[in-house]
Design a protein around this ligand. Sequence first.
Ligand code: ZN
Length: 200
Amino acid sequence: MQRVVCHFCDTLHEAPAVPEGTAARCLRCGVVLYQNRPASLVRTTAFSLAALALMGIVHGFPFLIMRAGGMQTELSLYRAAHELVKEGSLVIGWGVGLCTIVAPLMMACGMLYVCTPLLFGRAAPGARVVARWISLTEPWNMIEVFLLGVLVSLLKLGQLADLEFGTGFWAFAALMVCMAAAVAGIDRNELWDRLEVAGE
Ligand SMILES: [Zn+2]
């Protein structure tokens, strides 16, 4: 039996599986220890799939369209990162690429790899390693921060050129929501429990 420590009062509990839609609470202080969210695997799988589809749209369509002095420039997310590297902002360019392209892609693929077989009561080979890897990638998935940065710089750029959000931008905003929903869909403890039951 797995054990879990209450993050509020440090009491040690055994962690049995709880029925769907219910939560395990600390016996001493009543704080929620972990929960079995309804349809958690289906939700995480569906949102991860949607996230992958949105990534295709983000990279297939312009992110920003700029018009100044009769010239029109279309900027994709990949090109934005590429330009930053080319212009000498190597760290920022790689940072943008890592946080907005690589980390979300790895997380969505990882969640699909772990959760899809679990829907059928099976664990994919190495699912535990991948699940741990997802937890490590999570802090690098900084789509929201990037989006906020883009909006702030747009306010400044807006005075120099005519700006328009492209399809890629809206797909990126939707991607942010999908990734958050996919990550929030499943409880960490619940995932370990399910992997254990499935025999990984
Ligand atoms: Zn407690």
